[in-house]
Design a protein around this ligand. Structure first.
Ligand code: CA
Length: 441
């Protein structure tokens, strides 16, 4: 785990005025990474760091020769159109860049006049997927979600016996993951109602979102070499917001015996910004397991985990319908939950994923699984909020939803804060549902 250092101090302020405004996601204590260029331009994509409503542009920094010689090699990597080579650097090298950028953006920095020419307004930028995601694994770490969903399928036996022992996951599809403002067509697939003799090919009728935390892997491990629990976070680069769109009717018919397949692989959305594990250090919490539950096997348990393995990260889902856009109304907040409820930690996910020798690579992405609290207004999927489509939810403008309709835009947000701590945010992961394409028969 990263130590607290000067870059986390709540006292810091920036010469970028918008970074000091209350409620900004991107104060000087955050410094998250994304990959961008000016919207509509043919510039090369490169990395940037969000600061207030601006982006610190690493291509411009290289051009101006700023930060030489101390982190010049690192700046070079940040001119790539993905963060993969930067993610592979040591934690110390990444930490050195963070300290350099923090010092340069502070009030009173002598670099203000040169660096002010290296800023691009976020509103004038377009983003791409920040990493080449070689492999994507989706976990299932919220016991509330697992229990709620389990109840719908197996009322008398909601939680399967392995759940409290194994951080459950499956290998997902990386190619259909895209960055926020992803628009996609409602998927077509095989649907079978319980009383029908045979399935039909049709547009999904039970389209849902899943509110998840995305975890990008930094430095990888060699094939055959497991990562120990207490070393695991050295291999986590940072976190994003992740929407694992799900077609519940396709899923219900296809999921046995091998798990989700086409119900999940048509689209998944990440936020453009990755908040580093170092930036998240002040928001760590003790990790615990209820005394009545089985305690983790030794390879998934340690004093360090118990002291600081959890993360206080708030998560929110909002729905914006076509009717809201037509009448200029704001999106409706439908759920707020917290990653600190997760039954398994980031370090446990990494240690378990590699215990068999499986190799992780820089830029690989983990989904945390839907993060649900215990109450109806803190569940991370409509499947849970509507109890399988039985009880519609009512939005702020009076419209109701059991599942998503064409034209609905789902917005997910995340942030960390606390007494005496600055608020840092993750930006947004949003996506809009377009009508299904004609069926191929
Ligand atoms: Ca999921």
């Amino acid at each position: 785990m990263h130590q607290l250092n000067e870059t986390h101090s709540a006292e810091l302020s920036s010469w970028v005025a918008s970074a000091n405004e209350a409620g900004t996601d991107f104060p000087i204590q955050n410094l998250p990474f994304g990959v961008f260029r000016r919207a509509g331009s043919d510039e090369a994509f490169r990395a940037g760091i969000a600061i207030g409503n601006q982006i610190l542009d690493f291509a411009a920094i290289r051009e101006a020769g700023i930060f030489e010689p101390q982190v010049a090699t690192t700046v070079e990597l940040l001119c790539d159109d993905t963060l993969n080579r930067y993610m592979a650097l040591s934690v110390d090298a990444q930490s050195a860049l963070r300290r350099t950028v923090s010092q340069a953006l502070r009030d009173g920095s002598e670099l203000e006049s040169t660096l002010s020419n290296c800023l691009v307004e976020q509103e004038k930028a377009e983003f791409k997927l920040p990493a080449n995601i070689g492999d994507y694994t989706d976990f299932y770490t919220s016991i509330n979600h697992a229990t709620n969903v389990g109840k719908l399928f197996r009322p008398d036996n909601p939680l399967l016996p392995n759940y409290q022992w194994v951080p459950i996951g499956y290998h997902g599809r990386a190619s259909s993951i895209d960055v926020s403002e992803q628009n996609f067509h409602r998927p077509n697939g095989q649907l079978k109602s319980p009383d029908a003799d045979a399935p039909v090919l049709a547009p999904c009728k039970r389209l849902d979102y899943e509110l998840e935390v995305g975890i990008y892997i930094g430095a990888g491990n060699d094939l055959g070499q497991a990562i120990a629990l207490d070393d695991a976070e050295q291999h986590a680069f940072g976190l994003c917001i992740f929407n694992d769109w799900s077609a519940r009717d396709i899923q219900a018919w296809e999921y046995q015996p091998l798990g989700p397949f086409l119900s999940k692989s048509f689209a998944s959305t990440v936020s453009p910004w990755i908040v580093t594990m170092e930036a998240l250090a002040p928001y760590r919490k003790a990790w615990s397991r209820p005394e009545a539950d089985p305690q983790p096997l030794d390879y998934l348990d340690s004093a360090k985990l118990r002291k600081s393995g959890a993360l206080d990260m708030k998560l929110e889902v909002l729905i914006e319908t076509q009717a809201m856009r037509d009448s200029n109304e704001p999106p409706s907040s439908v759920s707020v939950s917290n990653f600190d409820q997760s039954y398994w930690s980031i370090s446990q996910m990494i240690a378990h994923h590699t215990v068999n020798g499986c190799n992780l690579q820089p830029g690989d992405l983990f989904g945390s699984g839907t993060q649900s609290g215990e109450t109806a207004d803190s569940v991370g999927a409509l499947l849970e909020a509507t109890e399988g489509g039985k009880h519609p939810i009512t939005l702020s403008n009076g419209e109701q939803r059991t599942f998503l309709q064409d034209g609905d835009r789902v917005i997910m947000r995340g942030w960390c804060d606390g007494p005496g701590l600055p608020r840092i945010g993750f930006g947004e992961a949003s996506g809009t549902i377009l009508p299904a394409l004609p069926l191929n028969k």
